[in-house]
Design a binder for this molecule. Structure first.
Ligand SMILES: [Mn+2]
Length: 234
């Protein structure tokens, strides 16, 4: 096991008073398509910020480009289940990762794999963004608690490593809300933005907005860019 630095699992951003805050769904190694979507929405990297629900890599052709994107000061992703494979590349279930698109990673030299893992270990599990209209939460798959505060406490002050792992796995993998079409939402937020489950169009369940419209599936998908102030697509 390589040593990983301790990073905050919940990262908070003050309101953007000079530009727009935009959220995008799963990217999966399609950065050229993402760039085109940003240009179409006139994204301005001088003032705008792009928040991502994670799953930056696997499946698409441009996975190694993720390192350049993580250096961009306006790009702020949470950790998705695919990104979590990278963080734990030496201990994860490699067979299931390869089955899910991770073959490219296994071909990298060990020094590069370590470089990716160190970079991905800096990804928060949850992001919260202040807006004039209220707090926005961002996680990869779901908030598996009735309130955002409860989830934040579980992440920041876990009672055990095992409990933390269970909570993080549900945040990164759970599909129960969308599968059951639960509309009770998450207390303590204006809206929660999630990805993970590919959909033809964004789906809103209570205050939870699912925005993975499969921009990483050429021909049938598109990137949804959601404006966090208006909660409309950009
Ligand atoms: Mn996912």
């Amino acid at each position: 096991m390589h040593e990983l630095p301790e990073v905050p699992r919940v990262k908070r951003f003050a309101a953007n008073t000079v530009g727009r805050d935009i959220a995008v769904g799963d990217i999966h190694g399609h950065f050229t398509r993402l760039q085109a979507a940003l240009e179409a929405a006139r994204f301005n990297p001088m003032v705008d910020r792009l928040f991502s629900v994670g799953d930056l890599i696997d499946r698409g052709p441009e996975c190694p480009d993720v390192l350049h994107w993580l250096d961009k000061p306006w790009f702020h992703p949470v950790c998705g289940n695919h990104d979590d494979y990278v963080v734990h590349f030496d201990t994860c279930d490699v067979d299931s990762w390869i089955f899910n698109g991770g073959l490219w990673f296994t071909k990298l030299p060990l020094s590069e794999r370590k470089q990716f893992a160190a970079k991905f270990a800096g990804l928060p599990i949850a992001i919260e963004v202040e807006t004039a209209q209220g707090l926005i939460g961002i996680v990869h798959a779901d908030c598996p608690f009735p309130s955002w505060e409860q989830m934040r406490n579980e992440l920041q002050f876990p009672e055990s490593e095992q409990r933390l792992r269970q909570v993080q796995n549900r945040i990164m993998w759970s599909r129960s809300r969308i599968d059951l079409l639960e509309t009770h939402g998450v207390e303590g937020l204006r809206a929660l933005i999630v990805g993970h489950t590919p959909l033809q169009q964004p789906v809103r369940l209570g205050n939870v907005i699912h925005i993975d419209t499969a921009g990483w599936r050429p021909a049938i998908g598109h990137f949804t860019l959601l404006n966090l102030a208006t909660l409309e697509t950009a």
